[in-house]
Design a protein around this ligand. Sequence first.
Ligand code: SF4
Length: 259
Amino acid sequence: MESKGSLQTGLFGPWSGSDARALARKVERIVVRGDKRKYKKFRVARFYGGCATADCVGCFLRCRFCWVRSSNRFPEKYGKFYSPEEVVAKLKKLNASLYRISSGEPTIGRTHLIRVLELLDGPFLLETNGVLLDRDYCSLLSSFRNLHVRLSFKGVDEKTFRSTTGASGFKYQVEAAINLTDYKISFHPAIISLYPEDQRRRLAKFLIDLGVKPTLQFYKKSSKVDGFFEVEKFVWYPFLKERGFSSPDTTFYTQGQKT
Ligand code: SF4
């Protein structure tokens, strides 16, 4: 039995196609207080050759392959509130050459994130689903030359986005790619390898036709960035079985929910 007031009463069902930005507002009411945001840990991650990482609490999507389970489902129960100054002090202490915020969705709590960026002097990698990156948000982000955005597509169209995340909002990801291009923010799109190459190519063409143009200003170009997308390898975690999938059945992700 899950707690009263919890944002979700089952693994994925209750989101049932709700608008992702409306869900974000609900989560924000729990994980943001003034200019403070909830975090649960500060650590050096092995990625990108050693990266000072702040693990935030809270995301409004419910990606089936997400490795962060409890704190995103029950944000009210995890972490504590930190001011931007406290976050930056903790990140700097870790003494790494790259900063990032991970675990939840870092764009929740715009005032908090912008202040963190103002206070940090080194390169910052914003790994985001992009749903909240409207033109106002991108306009603010465009003033930071130490910023690179990794925009992680969660579907190849609205149907697969819903199947994967439990919410509606593929259009917001597309808008984010356009806005990042328009505001000349260094960024690249990423997508999980669950989606076959032909579907990834179709999405890439769709975005290119809309004028989307990734730039890799300080993000090290690696073999992972294959043409248009960074293709993130799908990892079969045991918890996926609990979510109703048996490897290697990925039909649900790639073709959308049948119901
Ligand atoms: S957007 Fe990221 S943090 Fe949020 S549920 Fe999906 S994988 Fe997890």
